[in-house]
Design a protein around this ligand. Structure first.
Ligand code: PLP
Ligand SMILES: N[C@@H](CCOP(=O)(O)O)C(=O)O
Length: 411
C-alpha cells in the first residue's frame, strides 16, 4: 500500500498532510480539488515493471503500491479492473488510424468504470472506521458504491435523480442501499447528499470532492499503458460529466511518468454531450473556470450541469495538448449501435460518448494515420435499455407461422 506524501490543491498549490483535510482545499472551497501525491523516489525502489510482470493479481490492486489504501484487509474481494482492451482493426481501417483500441470498462463487477473508485472509497471508509458511506449519483457511482459497501458490511445511502434509469435503481435496491430518489436533477441530488453527509457524519464517496476516488479511477489508465506494453497511446477519448474519469486518466500517466514507466503522456480528449457541456465551453473559450448550465441530454450519466472536478479535467486536457469535443444525442445513439455492431461492445449512452467524439474528430480529419487511439467505454449498455431501444428498429412480431414469417422477412 502506498503512503500518501501529501494532498495538493489543484488551484492554489497549497499542500496538506493525509488526514489534515478530509476532502477539498479549505482555502479554495469546493472548487479546490486535491491531488494525491506519493513519494515516487521511494516507490521506484520496489515497484517496477518487472514486479508487475510477475504479479498474478489481475485486478486493479496489482497497482496497490500507488493506491491510497492503508490497510490491505479493507480491500473487498470483488474483481475490479483489468478489463479487456480490444484491438479493433475494423475501426482503425474505417477511420484511418494506425490502431484503435476499445477499453471495455462495462466489464467491471457492477458494470461501469465507477467500480474502480468505489473499491477505493469503501476501503478508505473502513480505514476511517466509518460504518456508513454515501454519495449522490446519476446511478453508476451509486450502484458500484452500493455493491462494494454491501460486501464490506457497510451501510449505504444513495441520492439519485428521480429520473435515474430503472436498471441502475434496481441495482441499488438489490445491493440493499437506502435509496433516496430526489425530485430534481443530479445537482439537486449532490446538494442534498452533501447536506446529509455533513449532518450525519457519513463517509463521502462523491468523487468530485473526495481526492482518493480519482486514484481508483486512474487504474483504467494504468491498465491501458500496461496492456500496450508500457507505451502510452497517442490519444485517449473518454466521456466527461463531473470530470473525474478524465482526471483519473491524467493522474495515471502523471504517476507512470514520475515513476519512469513511460516517457510521454497521451493527449486526452474529453467528450461531452452537446446539451451538457460546461467543461467543453470553458476549454473552448479559455475561461478560468466553468459556468454552470442546465443539463439536457439522454446520456444520463453525463447530464452534469455543475461539474465538481472541472479544474482537474481542464488541466488534463490542457497539459496533455489534448482537446474537447461535443456530440449530440443522435450521434451518441448512432455510436452505440456502431460500436456494438463493429466490436461487440455494448455501452450505455455515456459509455459510448468517447467513441462518438472519436468518430466526429476522425471525420473532420483531426486523426493522423499514424496515430494509436484508445477509447474508454465507461458503462455497460444493459444499464439503460430504454435509450438503447431508441437507437434501433423494432423487432418483427409474428404469429408462430412459417408462411407469415417468410412474408415478413423476404422482400
Ligand atoms: C458511464 C459513465 N460514463 C462517463 C461518466 C463521466 O465521468 P465523470 O463524471 O467522472 O466525468 C460517468 C459518470 O460520471 C458514467 O457513469
Ligand atoms: N455520473 C456519475 C456522477 C458521480 O460519479 P463520481 O464517481 O464522479 O462521483 C455517476 O455515475 O453517478
Amino acid at each position: 500500500m502506498a503512503r500518501v506524501l501529501m494532498l495538493k490543491c489543484v488551484l492554489c498549490g497549497r499542500t496538506y498532510r493525509e488526514r489534515e483535510v478530509d476532502y477539498t482545499c479549505p482555502h479554495c472551497g469546493m472548487d479546490g480539488t486535491l491531488d494525491v501525491l506519493y513519494d515516487y523516489d521511494e516507490i521506484k525502489k520496489h515497484f517496477t515493471r518487472e514486479c508487475l510482470e510477475k504479479s498474478r493479481d489481475f485486478t486493479q490492486w496489482r497497482y496497490r503500491d500507488i493506491l491510497p489504501v492503508n490497510d490491505e484487509t479493507n480491500i473487498q474481494p470483488l474483481e475490479v479492473g483489468f478489463t479487456p482492451l480490444y484491438d479493433s482493426g475494423v475501426l482503425a481501417r474505417e477511420y484511418g488510424a494506425k490502431k484503435v483500441y476499445i477499453k471495455d470498462d462495462g466489464r467491471n463487477p457492477t458494470a461501469s468504470l465507477k467500480d474502480r473508485a468505489s473499491a477505493v472509497g469503501v476501503a478508505r471508509a473502513l480505514d476511517y472506521g466509518k460504518n456508513t458511506i454515501a454519495c449522490s449519483s446519476t446511478g453508476n457511482a451509486a450502484s458500484s458504491m452500493a455493491g462494494f459497501a454491501a460486501v464490506a458490511g457497510l451501510k449505504s445511502f444513495i441520492f439519485v435523480p428521480e429520473s435515474a434509469p430503472e436498471a441502475k435503481v434496481a441495482q441499488l435496491l438489490i445491493y440493499g442501499a437506502t435509496v433516496v430518489l430526489v425530485k430534481g436533477n443530479y445537482e439537486d441530488a449532490f446538494n442534498l447528499s452533501t447536506a446529509a453527509i455533513y449532518k450525519f457524519g457519513w463517509y463521502n464517496r462523491n468523487c468530485g470532492i473526495n481526492p482518493y476516488l480519482v486514484e481508483g479511477k486512474k487504474t483504467c489508465g494504468l491498465e491501458i499503458a500496461e496492456q500496450l506494453g508500457w507505451e502510452a497511446p497517442d490519444r485517449i477519448f473518454i466521456a466527461v460529466g463531473d470530470g473525474c474519469c478524465i482526471s483519473g486518466l491524467y493522474k495515471a500517466f502523471y504517476d507512470l511518468k514520475a515513476l519512469g514507466f513511460i516517457d510521454r503522456m497521451p493527449k486526452l480528449v474529453g467528450v461531452q454531450a452537446a446539451g451538457s457541456s460546461p467543461i467543453y465551453h470553458a476549454f473552448k473559450y479559455h475561461l478560468p473556470k466553468v459556468e454552470f448550465v442546465k443539463p439536457d441530454t439522454l446520456a444520463d450519466s453525463i447530464a452534469v450541469g455543475a461539474p465538481r472536478n472541472w479544474a482537474k479535467a481542464l488541466r488534463a486536457v490542457r497539459q496533455t495538448a489534448g482537446d474537447m469535443v461535443t456530440v449530440t444525442d443522435e450521434e451518441i445513439l448512432e455510436a452505440m449501435k456502431e460500436l456494438a455492431r463493429k466490436t461487440g461492445v455494448f455501452g450505455e449512452p455515456a459509455g459510448v460518448t468517447g467513441f462518438a467524439g472519436f468518430k466526429k474528430m476522425a471525420k473532420e480529419r483531426y486523426i493522423g494515420m499514424d496515430e494509436r487511439i484508445a477509447i474508454v467505454v465507461t458503462g455497460n449498455g444493459l444499464k439503460d435499455i430504454a435509450s438503447a431501444r431508441k437507437a434501433v428498429a423494432k423487432p418483427i412480431l409474428v404469429e408462430p407461422d412459417i408462411n407469415e414469417l417468410l412474408k415478413r422477412i423476404c422482400c
